[in-house]
Design a protein around this ligand. Sequence first.
Ligand SMILES: CC(C)(COP(=O)(O)OP(=O)(O)OC[C@H]1O[C@@H](n2cnc3c(N)ncnc32)[C@H](O)[C@@H]1OP(=O)(O)O)[C@@H](O)C(=O)NCCC(=O)NCCS
Length: 221
Amino acid sequence: MIERILPRHVACADAFEDPPDARLFPEEETIVAGAVTRGRLEFTTGRVCARSALAMLGREPEPILRGAAGQPLWPAGTIGSITHCRGYRGAAVAETRHARSIGVDAEPDEPMPTGTFEKISPAGERREIRRLGAEHPGVHWDRLLFCVKESVYKAWFQLTGAAVPFTDVGAVIDPVAGGFVARLRGSGTVLPGRWLAERGLLLTAVVVPGSTNGARGVAGE
Ligand SMILES: CC(C)(COP(=O)(O)OP(=O)(O)OC[C@H]1O[C@@H](n2cnc3c(N)ncnc32)[C@H](O)[C@@H]1OP(=O)(O)O)[C@@H](O)C(=O)NCCC(=O)NCCS
């Protein structure tokens, strides 16, 4: 499903269940040694998806370790992103010449937990989301906005090594064409992305192009 919101040069894989025979490398086992079963399963299937996607790029299986901020550490010459939520795990990877950064996120297409929407969005953005809800019912637009901001957070972290507060990410969602444009307040950076609502899930993806596909860098950089 995730391939529908990613460009062709990005390899990806996803899963709606945890394969019973999924295995981690010993170095990865250490990362989730203290995790509860659900977290362990999500992590394991996420790694399996990531390795499937890396195999599409011709890469042999190898451990994908975790950085100090929780970010996945990709094999040399590749970058990517992993997401998991109830009923879904997905990963996207590309060679660094094709993409400088990727952020993907999945959320259940359900209402936001009480109070979270107010924390992540200023009043004007909340008004726009309410308008989308009135004009295009059927998608939990507040949750989609959160999903957009999570994917932007991941892509931005990979690009800069810095965390971006959600209130610094302004996003405009195109309800018809399945796109969005995120603007990072302060830096003026613009990150376009794509979204999808299907099977009770929301998926978002941001891909910052690399040097071989006409990229001149992130707008605003
Ligand atoms: C890191 C974060 C973006 C993860 O998103 P999430 O929706 O909770 O969880 P997902 O399953 O989609 O993503 C988890 C994956 O993100 C990746 N990830 C974690 N930290 C990351 C980072 N700093 N940069 C890029 N990717 C990261 C990991 O691959 C992780 O999976 P893994 O542990 O199995 O490797 C999110 O938890 C977070 O910390 N956001 C900070 C912003 C914030 O303030 N959020 C709350 C707003 S109310």
